[in-house]
Ligand binder design. Sequence first.
Ligand SMILES: Nc1ncnc2c1ncn2[C@@H]1O[C@H](COP(=O)(O)OP(=O)(O)OP(=O)(O)O)[C@@H](O)[C@H]1O
Length: 330
Amino acid sequence: MTRTRPPERAPALDRPSTTLPAPPGTVVTVDAVTRRFGDVVALDDVSLDVGSGELVGLLGPNGAGKSTLLSLINGQRRPDSGTVRLLGGDPRDAASRLGLGVTPQETGLPATLRVAEVVDFVAGHFPAPVPSGDLLEQFGLADLARRQTGALSGGQKRRLAVALSLVGRPRVLLLDEPTTGLDVGARQALWEAVRGYHAEGGTVLLTSHYLEEVQALAQRVVVIDRGVVRADAALDVILRRVALRQVVLTSATDLSAWPGVVRTAAGAPVPAGSDGGARQTLFTADADALVRDLVRADVDFRDLEIRGASLEEAFAEMVEPSAPVEGADR
Ligand SMILES: Nc1ncnc2c1ncn2[C@@H]1O[C@H](COP(=O)(O)OP(=O)(O)OP(=O)(O)O)[C@@H](O)[C@H]1O
């Protein structure tokens, strides 16, 4: 099982998780949770703590278990085994959810209610809501306050859905693919809103298919795949840990199996170019050593470039079937 903790705490790999009290400052605790849907194991013995003020990106391919995890944290579903705590309580108690803001993947807005009416309706459930005018202004929806939500564009609906998650001044925000379908400008505006919320001390757990979104926002990245936490680390640690560099060069020699080359970009044999050379992208943990080695071996190459790996490449490495599970390694 993978037991992971917020960054400020020491790893706790070897302690039985069921006996661990939630560390101080923890706002979300997921402890040894398994959740099945029939034969599908959506989450398999997952443990994860989120500390107050963290901004955590949850990454994983389709069907990895991300939404299921959020649905357990927001009290929509119960785990089959294990426990989930939200702000020190059971997420299925309404009192625990008073400090929670949620933007689900799909939002069913009441089509005949006006934008401001929906905001007021949701605000009515919280003791000290953000004034609706301020919220609509912040999300660029002020001009649409009187429009029925059924007449909003997809992007406007998405903005409203995220705005609604903030109306109750939550301590914890769960965002399930918050910017799907948004254009670049709207996405940037939403990122600003999330950053602003976080800068004021809010805790965010967000899933995203946009790796650049996680890279832009998250301080900590949890990679989940087939119901298992594959890695959990600070963003820069994830990037450094995978630490694959791309050595891009043109050579007539197929270097895909050269010592130190983890894989090539396409993972396919190198086609020969008309001049006998082919452009090759070689992934390696140590670009300097690889290049030195090629020079020593008198391999003929030209147009050398060395690039860092993106989060996307790091992610692909981590969810490969043979990838080791890396927990609590921050
Ligand atoms: N209500 C359900 N009934 C049956 N199977 C379900 C249900 N909800 C989720 N699953 C299954 O559980 C697994 C995890 O699904 P989940 O929606 O949590 O993945 P995800 O990581 O959020 O995927 P995506 O990125 O595509 O949204 C998938 O195999 C999914 O088909």
